[in-house]
Write a protein that binds this ligand. Sequence first.
Ligand SMILES: C[S@@+](CC[C@H](N)C(=O)[O-])C[C@H]1O[C@@H](n2cnc3c(N)ncnc32)[C@H](O)[C@@H]1O
Length: 274
Amino acid sequence: MTQLEDARKTVLKASRSYYAHLGYYEERIYSEDTNRRELDFLEFAFRTHAIHKVRDVLDVACGSGRHVLGLAHRGYRCTGQDYTPEQVQTSKARAKREGVSVKLLQGDATRLKYESEFDAVLALRILFLLPDDDSVLTCLRQVHRALKSGGIVVCNIANPFYDGENWFSLKSIQRGHYLNEIHVPGMRWLSIDRVEDFDPIRGVTWWQETPVIETSDGVHIYRLREHLRLFTYWDILHYLQAAGFKEIKCYPDWKIKPPKKPKAEWLVFVSRKE
Ligand SMILES: C[S@@+](CC[C@H](N)C(=O)[O-])C[C@H]1O[C@@H](n2cnc3c(N)ncnc32)[C@H](O)[C@@H]1O
């Protein structure tokens, strides 16, 4: 096995373990309002950027299903996949509970086999988890192939130049640690995160995370590692173009109108296959 393949396997293994343990709790952090706002944005992107009416949607890293299930409720034919089997199980259980029909599969976002099947493909909060340049490009090329002509991709990254404080901001990474506490009904999540290896040339970092999660069934403490890549607007523009996408629009923080102050935490890209 080459060194690169070895490194990829290490990243995938760590990511799978991270989401197998934390996926269920992570989903609970997103409020109904946030989910509704993101779904409204996706429908806006479908109406505004796709040439034909969007019916068939693929989510290449659907997590526990907040976008695919939400879109299925709104009448779209949805397929969701995720590398972590526990995440697929959670989304299947949710779909069953909510009585909504979605095709859900286990799969790697860099091994998509689809060809001209979808009107829209979502790659949300996944590109910065992929291990290297090659994987990002492979993923976006396969997304391009999976789309029908006139269909759109919606993908996003956390903005390392965000001037507030979050787990992804350069401020936290340079300082070497990040402490955070989140309260949502029925759950308190205290996170103690430490930067393990920050490579400022390649923009790659490993986080050593110790989440302490209090829920009604007790206190759960984990110690997990996550590999992250810092991308800028220009990186994603470059990858999308290299994958064959031409017209590329960026919507900071899922906002349809340009925000007054350009300090977005998230950059959301929408682009069409010609
Ligand atoms: C941050 S969550 C995002 C979930 C969802 N897209 C969202 O925006 O809420 C990242 C998801 O990507 C999955 N993942 C990580 N590497 C993957 C890969 N190579 N292929 C497919 N899914 C992957 C993880 O299991 C996790 O569920």
